[in-house]
Design a protein around this ligand. Sequence first.
Ligand SMILES: NC(=O)c1ccc[n+]([C@@H]2O[C@H](COP(=O)([O-])OP(=O)(O)OC[C@H]3O[C@@H](n4cnc5c(N)ncnc54)[C@H](OP(=O)(O)O)[C@@H]3O)[C@@H](O)[C@H]2O)c1
Length: 288
Amino acid sequence: MKVAVIGANGQLGVDVANAFASRGDQVYPLKHSDIEISNCASVSNCLTELRPQLVVNTAAMHHVENCEREPEKAFAINGLGARNLSLAARDIDATLMHVSTDYVFDGDKKSPYVESDVPRPLNVYGITKVSGEYFVRSITNKHFVLRTSAIYGESPCRAKGGLNFIELMLKLARERGEVRVVDSEFVTPTSTAELAQQIVVLSRCDFYGLYHATAEGSCSWYEFAREIFALADVKVSLKVAEPNEFPVKVARPKYSVLENCGLKRKGLNIFRPWQDGVREYLSSARRR
Ligand SMILES: NC(=O)c1ccc[n+]([C@@H]2O[C@H](COP(=O)([O-])OP(=O)(O)OC[C@H]3O[C@@H](n4cnc5c(N)ncnc54)[C@H](OP(=O)(O)O)[C@@H]3O)[C@@H](O)[C@H]2O)c1
């Protein structure tokens, strides 16, 4: 299969490109310098020339504070970018695999969100990602929209710069005697290596539609940190941060756990408990 990966040098994009390449697919890894998704002509020219059978879009503007500061830019990338890719994919009869987010929900539900729950985003990032989902779903039938949560991978996240949550915790533990983490926001840490494998599995079928795609289970950021230190055998004093110790400038869902209902119904879910992904990440980090 000929696969174009957009955002190919990003945290998820690197693993997606590797996952397809290792299965023998022909991969076109497209960086920002190769394609500007907010520009219709750039997208159309690039995809018409390459004519991939599958387009995987991992590109986004997803730094939450930056999206709030620059809503037009966030909509141009997360909303219109998804529209431009949908139109171009439809024109060349390619399937579009588009990555979205748990931040489409407001967090009020308190039990895992399923695909049929109605989105109600709390911030510009979430609103623009929902708009992207609707563009994809309304323009091209041959689509997969995958919502994921709290991803971490071996390649750094380009939008947020520097370290993923695991590396940040390990660094703080090395530098300080005490680490303080919030215990009031619940997510599902999901490894990009595992998500990339799920994307490959889905690409082999034509059960198009909207899917939740995260590791199994959930935790608070504090519980995530506790597991990291336990698995890495790091001795550090880990404390729950006081309310408002790390004031947030932009509203975020307190609970954005997703249930992979659609994948399970189709017998396609490959995800393991989130702790397994962290263990695998740490053992591969030790080999690096
Ligand atoms: N990070 C999370 O915890 C999280 C959680 C849920 C969902 N997601 C979603 O997961 C996806 C992947 O996230 P990630 O962490 O892998 O992101 P990332 O590391 O920041 O990578 C994003 C990639 O997209 C490229 N890009 C940005 N704007 C572009 C544009 N206008 N045109 C073309 N390429 C552009 C970036 O290139 P440059 O850096 O050169 O601009 C980079 O290669 C996103 O859709 C995000 O919304 C992330």
